[in-house]
Each structure stands twice: as structure tokens, then as C-alpha cells.
Design a protein. Sequence first.
Length: 615
Amino acid sequence: MVPPSVHRLTTSLAWGMFAVAVAGIAVALVLAAAEGTSWQPVTANTAMGIALSVCGALLAAQRPTNPIGWLLLTASWAQAASALALPLGDMIGQQTWILSAALILPLALLLFPTGRLPGPWWAVLAWALVAATPFVIAGWPAARLVWLGLIVAVSTSLALRYRRGDEVLRRQLLWLVLAVIANAWAILPWLMRLGPALVLVTSTLLPVAITIAILRYRLLDIRLLVSRGMLYLLLSVGVIAIYSSLVLFFGPTLNLETHLGAAALLAAAVALLFNPVRVRLQRVLDRVLYGHRRDPVRALNHLSARLDAEMGSLDDLLTAVRDALQLPYVAFRLQGREVAASGSAAGVLEVVPLAASGAASGELVIGVRPGQSRLSGQDMHVLSVLAIPLGVALRATMLSEELQQSRERIVAAREEERRRLRRDLHDGLGPTLSGVAYATDAARNLARSDPDTAVDLLVRLRGDIGDAIIEIRRLVEGLRPPALDELGLVGALHREAERLSYQEGGRPLTVSVDAPADMPELPAAIEVAAYRISAEALNNAAKHSGAENVRVRITVGDELHILVRDDGRPGPNGWSPGVGMASMSERAAEVGGRCEARPGPDGGSVEAVLPLKPW
């Protein structure tokens, strides 16, 4: 963060340098008009100087810590100096534009877009540019060859950054590609001797592209312009190259200057090749710029390959989708909560519903590309194909996480139960048994010398043993209700119903249990859960509902259904679930079931569904 005082200073400096450059250019134009100097070199320096000064001032004022803006301003001074030197006949000054073209602009491209070198080794290239520039200005042929090699290296660095960069960096680099394409389009007619005016105009696009890429790279969908421009540039070059090759090869034989039919035949051959080549080039460019959105099968194959190579987490899955379709942001959302994401969310978001086994499994949130108001029809087509495996993957991952969480809860509950047993044994049963041991020793020692006291000790000892038995029964009851082993689930519920038949105060309560006569043997965990839930529901009805009748109904199929219904009425404050309801829900969830309680006009009900097949 630049302090306000420093920001004001750098802004003033930037616009001051801009004013100096513009003033120099204005003076150069006046002198050129007065001296009758050729308009082409002066105008070329003037156009580049104005473009560099405006773009440099904007960048330096808004991004003062980025050296690219200051480099562009320095280049504008070099162009202004070259423009001034032309009408004055200063040959040294006339060559200052080379400083801009040979050093400053390549350095700006090397630092693009952050103002930092891509890596420490690229500093060697930067210093090589600095070292080669004086020799290039001096006109040494060997130096120019070295400089061309350095420019190729700078271009390679941009290509590597595009290949390895994220969506933001790629969009910024595409603005430079667009400027290069525009210059190439201008060079073609210049090579055909149609004049340098178009080159003059398009040469100013490079600083403009640099500025837009750094400040406003989301201005529009730059890929569409790059795709179309590159396509027709390559086609134009290809047509010229093919036709020239055919003329060179067949020209001496066919004498094309006099045989117009032969020339037309060659042109027709080129025309026949045009459309297949255009379609092929368009596919390649679309794949580079847009990913696999035109080919759902290729997108699926790309997705599968990424998943096989990268363990297949949700983040890897989303990154594969984002790379395949060249999207800025992709995320999974489940019940309004983001569970995984790739990229940064900015701009317009669109939502694609996901499903697995016919049931909704979540949503795929897509960030629309900068410059677009919505996803294209091709995007939606590919996403509709990908939605099926993505929904299944999301569902599978969520189930896996739920299973892991369930295991963790089971382990935690087991350890907590062990801790409770240890505490109860150590603090309850342990001291009781220790006391029994000491009392037994004392009674044995007093058996001959003081039999009466020994008898009293044995009587107390019998009471302590009775307390120990009660404690053991309590511990066993906490592990598994003994009534289940003695009577089974239905019998244990009948005993609980008899116990609750009369409430405190003598008000009668009729409790009935309706269960299959041939109740199958249930898994131990399901049986305990069913008993605990039913007993808790019966006790809640007896204590809180004011009911006179409570009925327990059990049915068995692929699942165990429990329905406890009473005819009570809620109190004046209405009905609200308490600790007991939470306990029943947790017990059902532990075995993969569910439990719900709800009031009704004729009383309340508790319904539990417990699975049998997985057990």
C-alpha cells in the first residue's frame, strides 16, 4: 500500500514527465513543418511518443510501484528526442528511438505484467539487453543478430508464462498477442508496397495493450478477438505461402503469365484447401484459448486423466474442469455452503444443478469469463455432460466424508465410554471392593477373639456386597440393557410399559406395544438403539405430555420402523424438542437411521427408521 503523500508525489511526477514528452513532440511537429522535413519519420515518432506518454502516465499514476509505467514514460522521452532531432539534422538524436525499441520496450515486456522478473535466471536476459543496446544503436551487424536472439528469448518468457499462468495472467498476455496480431496484419500490406501508414497506426497498439492488460484486462472477452485475428492472419499467410509455392513450382512449366486458365486452376486448388485448413486451425485455436468446450468427449477424457493422475479430490476435480473449459472460477456448493472451489470468484456467477442417482447432490457454481454476460451455449452443453460425473463425484466425496466423520464420532464415543467405565469402576466399585477386602480381613482376625464384632462386620460386609452388585448392574445396564438379553426387544418394551402404567400421583396411563409375533433376530446395535429410542419416547410421553394413552408400534421390513404416539396436549408454551429428542436423534443417526418428533392435533408422535440391511 503506497502512502497518500508518496502517491501524490508519484502521480505529479508521472504527469510531469508526460507534459515534457508532449511538449517535445509538439515542438518537433512545429519545427518539421517549418523546415519541410519528410512527414513519415516525424509522424511515426510523434504517434509512438504520444501513445507511450499517455499509457506510461496512466500506469505510473495508478501503479506507481510497477516499473513498467516509468519505462513507457522513459521510452516516450526517447521518441520525443528522436522527433526533435529529425528537423534539426541531429543524427545522434535521430537514433534515440532505437533506445526505445531495442531496450525499454523489451524490458517492459520482460517485466510484464507485475513489474517483476518471472524468475532469478531471467535477470541475465535483462542485463544482456542492456549490454547489447549500445552496440545495436552503433549499427554493429553482429549486435543486431544478438539482439534478435534476445527478443526471441523475451517472447519465449511470455509464452512460458502463458502456459504456466492462471486465468488472470493469461488474459493479460492475450492483450499483447492482440497487439502483435494487429501489427502483423499491418505488415502484410506494407510488404505488398501499400505504404507504411497502417504500420504507423498499429505500432501504437503495443503500449495501449500493455496498459489495458494491467489496468483493465477484464474490459472484454479478449479471446474472441485473438482467436479471429490469429485465425485469419494465419490463413492469409498460409494462402500467400501456398500460392507462391505453387507458382514457383509450376510457373516455369505452365507459363502462368499467358495461360490464365492455369493460374485460375492454381487459385482453385488454394481455395479448396482453404475451408479444411480454416476448420482445423479454428479447432486448435479454440482448444488453446477456450479449452475443450467444443468437444464434450474430449473434456470428459481430460477430466478422467486429471483424476487418475491427481488422487481425485474435489479441488483437483474442479481445477480439471476449470482448465478444460478455461473458466476463471468453479466451485461446488452444497445446501448453500461452498465445499470446494478453484480460482477466484469475480463478476457474474452461474449455477448448474448436480444430481446423483436421480436425487439432487448439490450445485456447480461457474464464474463467467471476463467480458461475457453469461456462459455460451457450447459451455452449457459441455457442462450438462459433465454434470452427471461431477454430481456422482460430489455425492461420493460427501458420503466418504460423512463416513469418516461417523467413524470419528464412534471412536470418540467409544473412548468416552471407556473413560466413563474406568471412572465408575475406579470411583464406585473399586472402593467398595477394597472395603469388602479390608472388612473380610478384620472379621477373620476377630472371629476367635471377638465373635460378636466379627458378626457385625460380616453383616455390614453383606450390605457392601449388595451395593457392589447394584453398581455392577448399573454398569451393565449402561452397556446393554439386560432386559434385551432376558426378554428380547418386544418383551423389554412390555416390561417398560408395565412400569409406566401408573404415573406419580396415581393417574392411570395405558401403554400398549404392537409388534410382530415372529419378530426376527435384530443386529445388536439396532436392537439397543430401538429399545433406547422407544423407552425414551415412552418416558417423555409419561412425564411431559399429560397423555392417558400411549402406543408403541413396531414393523419390520428392509428397515425397522418405530412409531410412538400419545393423546396428550402440549403445554401453554407450546412444544419444543428437548435433550431427550436430541438423544433419540443421535442414537438413530449412529446406526444410519433417522428419528423425528412432531406434535399433532390429536397428540404427539415419535417416529424412527433404522436400517437393517447394512448390518
